[in-house]
Design a protein around this ligand. Structure first.
Ligand code: HEC
Length: 92
């Protein structure tokens, strides 16, 4: 694994690593820990509001989950989505 990736993965104090894609894409609209965009809701505590199943469906296709939502579908692999679900579900 590249050292820079290791850094990104270990930057959070929490036990589940924040996916690198968060800092390049999601952060434009979402804040976590007080930093990030305001277009979407801050994701702190999202793990208490949503189940892993809901998070997975949401990321897979926001429009299908909630027609009319302004959150775009973000292209990612199944493995990346699984990483996101694990991380998001851990935000409590
Ligand atoms: C263009 C802005 C935008 C981007 C980029 C974006 N989101 Fe969102 N997201 C939103 C908006 C707006 C909502 C609220 C949607 C609604 O309720 O209709 C939302 C909702 C969510 C929710 C549900 C939050 C809750 O409180 O229940 C999650 C989880 C989420 N986004 C994760 C992500 C992740 C992970 C990424 C990156 C892969 C991402 N979003 C990228 C705008 C965005």
């Amino acid at each position: 694994m590249l050292p820079i990736l290791m850094l990104a993965l270990t930057a959070d104090a929490g036990s589940v690593a924040r996916p690198a894609l968060f800092d390049t894409v999601c952060v434009a609209c979402h804040a976590v820990g007080g930093s990030g965009g305001q277009v979407g809701p801050a994701l702190d505590g999202v793990g208490t509001r949503r189940t892993a199943t809901d998070l997975d469906k949401w990321l897979k296709d926001p429009q299908a989950y909630k027609p009319g939502t302004i959150m775009p579908k973000i292209e990612m692999t199944d493995a990346q989505r699984a990483e996101f679900v694990k991380w998001l579900a851990s935000l409590k």
